[in-house]
Structures are given as C-alpha cells and as structure tokens.
Write a protein that binds this ligand. Structure first.
Ligand code: ADP
Length: 198
C-alpha cells in the first residue's frame, strides 16, 4: 500500500488539500487521532510514559496531560527522544495496520509535525503543502483571529520553510486560488495512482 505523509505549516492548507484527496478517493487518515488513541487510559503506551516520566504527566482523571508532557520535553532533547522511542513504533504499527485495512488505492496520512518529529521514515513519500509566509499569515489571521505576535511565535516554533522544501518528495504550492489548489491535487492524485499500480 502506497502511503503519503501530508504536512505543512499552520494554515498552509493541509485540511483543504486533504479534503480534496478524500473527495478524489484516497483514504485520508488523521495521525493526531491515531496517536491520541494510543495514549488513552489503559493503553500500554500510557503506562510506559508514566513509568518513564512519572505520574505528574497525568491529569486528575488519569488521562495524559499533553500540555504538561510537552513542557517536559520542550527543552530536553533526551526526554523528547525517550518519548519518541515509546510512541513512534506504536504510531508506525497503527499506521501500517490502518493502511492494510484500507481498500483505497493509496493512503494519505496527515502529519502536521512530520519534520518536527522526524516521521519521514513512517511513509513512502512526503507531500508538503507550501505557502509564502505573507499568505500564510493572512490566512491564519483570518481563520483563527490571531494577532501578528501570536502568529510569529507559532511560526518560530515550527520547522522553517526552506528545510521543509528541501526534505519533501512532492510539493504543492498553495499561494493561488482554491481552484488552483484543487487542480494541483488532481495532478498529484494521478501520479499517486500510477505509483500505487507499480
Ligand atoms: P491547515 O490545515 O494547514 O492549517 P487550512 O486548510 O485550514 O490549513 O487552510 C487555512 C485557511 O486558509 C483556511 O481558512 C482555508 O479555508 C484557507 N485556504 C486554504 N487554501 C486556500 C486558498 N488556496 N485560497 C484561499 N484560502 C485558502
């Protein structure tokens, strides 16, 4: 099964692009949902996280306190690696299992933080939705009602555009109209159907 990892910065157009892939018949899977399911109470990954990081990463109801965990790993590369060693094999297994169950010609995994979490290896191809920063800022401001300072802070925490571009297998530029994006996705869809047949 051909697997595509669709990524891009905030407001780049990942949702818009993945909706179009789904409309064309690809199986679109949100990896955030897959990874959240892995750390539900009772799941082995949650027990491993508590064993490694202590019970303070749980909230009052026994669920993972994602904000607190993120704070723990933010400035600590070793803790981050430890968490990734727990989660990535399980995320990979869940993705493979989900792809194996699919009856679509190919699968698109939406992975917003693909580069930040080094998840390139989990998919056959990385597809980047790329957008110029001024366009990105305008769309995020319109969609989320954030001010310039808030948007700058988010952008600075994300992988920069040049690094994304250098590491993507396929790039769709989303500076134009929605119709132009749809046309670019249709072209990629044809390419992925060809690759899936090979
Ligand atoms: P992401 O999922 O990457 O955060 P979205 O798909 O939600 O990005 O797009 C961000 C915002 O920009 C949304 O409000 C969306 O409707 C809008 N948008 C996306 N692509 C275009 C486009 N080509 N032209 C105009 N608006 C767009």
């Amino acid at each position: 099964m051909l697997t595509i990892g669709l990524t891009g910065g905030i407001g780049s157009g990942k949702t818009t692009a993945s909706d179009e892939f789904a409309r064309l018949g690809a199986d679109v899977i949100d990896t955030d949902l897959l990874s959240r399911a892995l750390v539900e109470p009772g799941q082995p990954a949650l027990a491993e996280i508590v064993a490694g990081f202590g019970p303070s990463v749980l909230d009052g109801t026994g669920h993972l306190d994602r904000v607190r965990l993120r704070e723990r790993i933010f400035a600590d590369p070793q803790a981050r690696r430890q968490l990734e060693d727990i989660l990535h094999p399980k995320i990979r297994a869940a993705m493979l299992e989900r792809a194996a169950r699919s009856s679509a010609p190919y699968v698109v995994f939406v992975i917003p933080l693909l580069f930040e979490t080094g998840q390139q290896a989990l998919v056959d191809r990385v597809l980047l939705v790329d957008v110029a920063e001024d366009v990105q800022r305008a769309r995020v401001a319109a969609r989320d009602g954030l001010d310039t300072t808030q948007i700058t802070r988010i952008l600075q925490a994300q992988t920069d555009r040049a690094t994304r571009l250098a590491n993507a297998d396929d790039v769709v530029h989303n500076d134009g109209s929605p119709a132009e994006l749809h046309e670019a996705i249709a072209e990629l869809h044809r390419k992925y159907l060809d690759l899936a047949r090979q």
